[in-house]
Design a protein around this ligand. Structure first.
Ligand SMILES: C[S@@+](CC[C@H](N)C(=O)[O-])C[C@H]1O[C@@H](n2cnc3c(N)ncnc32)[C@H](O)[C@@H]1O
Length: 440
């Protein structure tokens, strides 16, 4: 989530800037095509046609056409609660949605600009509905859509958790594009059979934008997810981090999926130096390993995400997880967590690291070994896979999971999400980038 306390002044670009805007728009589209985010003529045409700056009058032209988000609304504490998403991500998600002329499309999370791209894709006989919980966002979107000639886009103010009567067309939408971080997928019934749903789905706090096709009432992913971050879902679908603080340590553990475990007794465990279990499995300094952490989240009961106060907590966690929460498991009064240890510069000069497991507490070494075994299992069997197959079935149609902790099943309110890792050993990928799974 991006935080900012500064709000840019509202300025309307003078008409003399229009030629500049067109040039900047084509420059941006060229850049997105060269980087592989634009892959079809239809998406290319949409991005070259719609005046993005008309939906972001508060920022200068070059900012509107930068390959970055434009924050448009903040909460009182400065958190961004609405934005125009980054163009690379919009292009990737539009491509993943596979929108065709005449389609009926629902956009969840509004702003106006992305809805116009959708309107270009569906053409004059298609239909786009854009829906947002925040009336200030829908007011603004409706105004800009009218000013730019896209007033045929239907704008609805509602909590997406419960789509209002009359919004869903007979037979369902051909595509649903969700542009807000979501913990669940309550929209399966609103999607036509064979339709596409693209959503940034949270699994234990990891979020990937995933493209699904609806087949026999379930959603099936069939291409690499996009690593991305969106503003948080508000309303009835807002998720709970289930965050617990280990007393006196500055260490926080979150069970966004799964049942929180007691943490008070971990204070003693964290007061001592950890055991270190080596895996001999390496990772490059610029190589993302979110696939491994998602794998661990599904494979290990008691999995949680660990973060430390910015001042470094109690100093025992060395190195503390930076940038985003790390992977950990709790076993009674003990805890293990995934860390990396620098081995050297690596071939590319970005550093070469080894995955190691730190164990805290009386059984910490056993928890660390348990985690290390799963890291090795992932390396042996799944690291070479670009991404897992993810399936979302309506919860009502599924037998309940045997336990809260059944591996690789994430039980949500409306859906049961299965993460299925294809067997592709990691030998070739040992020191190299895993490719487009981490395009973000
Ligand atoms: C990233 S912005 C949407 C970006 C937009 N699609 C664009 O043109 O780039 C996410 C939006 O989701 C909205 N939102 C958050 N929770 C929601 C909910 N429960 N139902 C509908 N909209 C929601 C926010 O108000 C925010 O405007």
């Amino acid at each position: 989530m991006t935080r900012s306390t500064e709000r840019p002044a509202v300025t309307t670009p003078p008409t003399t800037d229009l030629a500049d805007a067109t040039a900047l728009r084509h420059q941006l589209a060229d850049q997105l095509a060269a980087a592989g985010h634009i892959r079809t003529p239809a998406v290319d045409h949409a991005l070259r046609t719609v005046p993005r700056h008309a939906f972001a009058p508060e920022v200068p032209l070059h900012t509107a056409y930068a390959n970055d988000i434009v924050a448009t609304r903040h909460s009182d504490d400065g958190t961004v609660i609405s934005s125009i998403s980054a163009p690379w991500l919009q292009a990737d998600m539009l491509e993943a949605a596979r929108i065709q002329p005449d389609h009926r499309v629902l956009e969840i999370g509004s702003g106006g600009y992305n809805a116009t791209l959708l309107a270009e894709l569906v053409g004059p006989n298609g239909h786009v509905t854009t829906l947002d919980i925040d009336p200030a966002v829908t007011d603004r979107a409706a105004r800009f859509l009218a000013q730019t000639g896209y007033d045929h886009v239907r704008v609805v103010t509602a909590d997406a958790e419960h789509l209002p009567a009359g919004v869903v067309p007979d037979g369902g939408f051909d595509a649903i594009v969700v542009t807000v971080d979501t913990w669940d997928l309550p929209w399966i019934d609103a999607l036509a059979e064979g339709g596409r749903l693209v959503a940034p789905l949270r699994l234990h706090g990891y979020h990937w934008a995933i493209g699904f096709t609806k087949d026999e009432g379930a959603l099936h992913s069939d291409e690499s997810p996009i690593v991305c971050g969106f503003v948080a879902m508000q309303g009835a679908g807002a998720w709970h981090t289930n965050r617990r603080t280990v007393p006196g340590t500055g260490v926080h553990l979150s069970w966004e999926d799964g049942t929180p475990l007691p943490v008070d007794q971990l204070a003693t465990a964290l007061a001592h130096e950890p055991t270190v279990t080596r895996t001999h499995i390496t990772v490059g300094g610029q190589e993302p390993f979110d696939a491994l952490t998602l794998y661990l989240a599904g494979a290990l009961p008691g999995f949680c995400r660990l973060e430390v106060d910015p001042d470094g907590g109690n100093g025992v966690l060395n190195p503390p997880p930076k940038h985003w929460p790390g992977a950990a498991i709790v076993r009674g009064d003990s805890l293990a967590r995934l860390a990396t240890e620098r081995l050297g510069d690596g071939d590319d000069g970005n550093g070469l690291y080894e995955f190691v497991l730190h164990g805290h507490g009386t059984h910490g070494h056993l928890a660390a070994q348990e985690m290390a075994e799963q890291v090795r299992h992932w390396q042996r069997n799944h690291r070479g896979a670009l991404c897992p197959r993810i399936t979302a079935r309506p919860a009502a149609s599924c037998a309940p999971a045997a336990t809260d902790h059944e591996p690789h099943v994430f039980t949500k309110n409306y859906t049961r999400i299965t993460v299925d890792w294809p067997i592709v050993p990691g030998t070739a990928a040992l020191l190299t980038d895993r490719g487009s799974c981490n395009a973000g």
